[in-house]
Design a protein around this ligand. Structure first.
Ligand code: C2O
Ligand code: CU
Length: 488
């Protein structure tokens, strides 16, 4: 795409009948000459008792006493100063997932900063960019700290108005919990988000993963509760709709283990952003697979009055709490149809459906290519590898600032890996041998098991030492991490 951003906005705005004009995206404050304005926020991590649902209270870790933590909203280009206090009795850090922070603000203990000790304090400061649905979370012992709730949305509102219009927006953070109450749900380690270009992964997930997973897997914790914004149904807060309005939903999958496949019964979902980055045009789907750490923005048009459920179609997830009432005005008391598991006959989203807007900075250096084979998952082993090595023994990807870096992941293991790169976003060039003409831009990409392959490309524009890792904490702890070293 060679259209400039301005030209594009004008074009698409016209194409959509001038919707841009009525969009909620507010224009940036007058371009000042001085330093960008600073917004100071105080965050504290602390252990709390948290009620997921009546009768289901757990010990959780919270930012500012909330699970998920408070949603931070800033304007693109604004300087964010976060004064962070650790009131846990263990060390922690904050990672700004999907934000191009300076390396020292990236929150990776032992790589970009020492962990913040109990009672300690750390000031994170960075310019908020790029725009989009980002999130923040702990980067210490995630298998416990992230699992206990240390995650929250960070919404960076674009400086320029967006070419889509909506009346209202709601952020929905999805999470999985081990409470010891209720029946464990089947694992979703087959992944679903990458897509073999069809619902293949999902079908296998439903069959083999669902039935044999609990027998075969056995080593992971038993997740039994699924939440939306820290609550399990019936404690989830209903979404109230007025007929004719358009609502923007921002989904964040903060789960450690589970991929969710979201539906809103009676409605289609218009996907507009992948991991916060805009598509050229919205894509209409029936169901939205979201791997751990991924985000999607969708628009919903309220044109089917009544009562409905927004829910996850993964086996047992809706029953484990992952559903919320969607109530039109005047529909109080109406009974929504029960959630239907599965996506048979539906059109689910996959990466190849979207045409990404090219928001990645252009490369000025050489093309560098790396092949990373993802391995592990041998019975009885917790070892997860990149090119047969476990972090810290993995080989770093050393590149120069400005290089165009192509990374090809091939997953030789039996579980999906949502691979996440810190500090810069990438284009998803190809999945399972299918090349995309207008790649979507993301910072996490699900690589399917059993020889699933994904090629991504990024411009190494952010100097420093960046983590590239699987976002399933058990895999990460097992070694599936490498460093991307951007020199210069
Ligand atoms: Cu969202 Cu290294 O993490
Ligand atoms: Cu993994």
């Amino acid at each position: 795409m060679t259209l400039t951003r301005r030209a594009f906005l004008t074009t698409l705005g016209a194409g959509l009948g001038g919707l841009a004009a009525r969009g909620r995206g507010r224009p940036a404050p007058a371009a000042g000459r001085g330093p960008p304005p600073v917004r100071t926020i105080h965050l504290e991590a602390r252990a709390v008792r948290w009620e997921l649902a009546p009768g289901r209270t757990v010990r959780a870790f919270a930012y500012n006493g909330q699970v998920p933590g408070p949603e931070l909203r800033v304007r693109e280009g604004e300087r964010l100063r976060v004064v962070f206090t650790n009131a846990l009795d263990e060390p922690t850090t904050i990672h700004w997932h999907g934000v191009d922070v300076p390396n020292a603000m990236d929150g990776v203990p032992g790589v970009t900063q020492p962990p913040v000790p109990p009672g300690g304090r750390f000031v994170y400061e960075f310019v908020a960019r790029p725009a989009g649905t980002r999130w923040y979370h702990t980067h210490v012992a995630e298998h416990r700290q992230l699992d206990l709730g240390l995650a929250a949305p960070l919404i960076i509102e674009p400086a320029a108005p967006e070419p889509v219009a909506w009346d209202r927006e709601v952020t929905l953070v999805l999470d999985d919990w081990v409470t010891g109450h209720g029946r464990p749900v089947p694992p979703t380690a087959d992944g679903t988000a990458g897509g073999r270009g069809e619902a293949g992964g999902m079908m296998r997930g439903r069959g083999m993963g669902a039935m044999m997973g609990p027998m075969l897997g056995g080593h992971g914790p038993a997740y039994d509760t699924m939440t939306i914004n820290g609550k399990a149904y019936p404690a989830t807060e209903p979404l109230r709709l007025r007929r004719g309005e358009r609502v923007r939903l921002r989904f964040v999958n903060a789960s450690n283990e589970h991929t969710h496949v979201v539906r809103l019964a009676g409605h289609r979902l218009l996907v507009t952003h992948t991991d916060g980055n805009p598509l050229e045009a919205p894509v209409e789907v029936d169901a939205l697979p979201i791997a751990p750490s991924e985000r999607y923005d969708v628009l919903v048009t309220a044109d089917r009055p009544g009562a409905w459920f927004l829910f996850c179609t993964q086996p047992a997830h809706a029953d484990a709490g992952e559903r919320m009432l969607v109530l039109y005005e005047g529909a109080a008391g109406a009974r929504p149809p029960d959630p239907e598991p599965g996506v048979a006959g539906l059109l689910p989203w996959h990466y190849g459906l979207g045409r990404g807007r090219d928001v990645v900075p252009s490369a000025t250096g050489r093309v560098r290519a790396f092949d990373l084979t993802l391995g592990g998952g041998m019975p009885g082993s917790d070892r997860w590898t990149i090119n047969r090595k476990a972090y810290p023994d993995t080989d770093p990807l050393v590149v120069e600032r400005g290089d165009r870096v192509r990374v090809r992941f091939v997953n030789m293991s039996p579980e999906a890996h949502p691979m996440h790169l810190h500090g810069q976003s990438f284009r998803v060039l190809a999945v399972n041998g299918v090349r995309y003409v207008a790649p979507v831009v993301k910072d996490s990409v699900d690589v399917e098991p059993h020889m699933g392959a994904v090629t991504v490309e990024f411009t190494a524009h952010n100097p420093g030492r960046w983590f590239l890792h699987c976002h399933r904490p058990t895999h990460m702890e097992g070694g599936m991490i490498t460093l991307v070293e951007v020199r210069g």
